[in-house]
Write a protein that binds this ligand. Structure first.
Ligand SMILES: CC(C)(COP(=O)(O)OP(=O)(O)OC[C@H]1O[C@@H](n2cnc3c(N)ncnc32)[C@H](O)[C@@H]1OP(=O)(O)O)[C@@H](O)C(=O)NCCC(=O)NCCS
Length: 157
């Protein structure tokens, strides 16, 4: 994994402008401008309550080729959430699971994050299975999640 850089915009716009990514990212393909604003670089903002919100996007590479997108977001220092989409050719090969597990272990160990979560749609059986393989366990159903009925899972490692 490596942090997203400015020169990744063409790659990300191609990925998130396509249904195979949009299906797992809000349902609607994103414009290049939306990608540049929301996914094209690390974001840090101070929230009204004084907490700092950070979003850090990563490219997952496999043998030097871009294979997927992984995003870490957090509000404050204690908790963070992860979102992942592998490019279609790299799904079901154990690679997304490897990347997610590696980042979760790093966030828990080196960064001291107490709580690391993922929130797959309840209908996304493959993601729920993959997250369970990484060490995430179901915490509760989340019926009114903005993306649709979801499952909140927390990393136990
Ligand atoms: C979810 C995702 C990140 C998982 O990464 P991955 O590298 O493909 O995962 P793996 O290959 O390690 O594991 C997938 C598991 O799901 C299983 N699986 C595949 N299709 C399945 C299905 N329709 N129902 C249930 N399980 C399924 C596989 O058998 C495998 O489990 P196993 O190792 O016990 O056999 C990746 O598939 C992906 O990007 N999917 C599309 C985007 C997405 O759903 N993102 C998550 C949004 S919350």
């Amino acid at each position: 994994m490596r942090p997203v850089e400015a020169q990744d915009l063409d790659l990300l716009a191609g990925w998130f402008g396509h249904a195979s990514f949009a299906e797992y990212w809000g349902g609607v393909p994103l414009s290049r401008e939306q990608v540049a604003r929301d996914l094209g670089a690390a974001i840090q903002e101070t929230l009204p309550d004084g907490r700092i919100e950070r979003v850090q996007p990563y490219i997952i590479e496999y043998h030097g080729e871009p294979a997927g997108f992984l995003q870490q977001w957090s509000q404050g220092e204690d908790e963070c959430g992860l979102d992942i989409v592998m490019a279609p050719a790299y799904r079901d090969r154990g690679l997304g699971t490897d990347a997610l597990r590696a980042l979760a272990i790093h966030l828990r160990g080196a960064c001291g994050r107490r709580r690391i979560t993922v929130d797959p749609l309840l209908a996304n059986a493959r993601a729920i299975r993959a997250f369970a393989k990484c060490g995430f366990v179901p915490e509760r159903k989340w019926p009114d999640h903005p993306d649709g009925p979801s499952l909140l899972m927390v990393f136990r490692g």
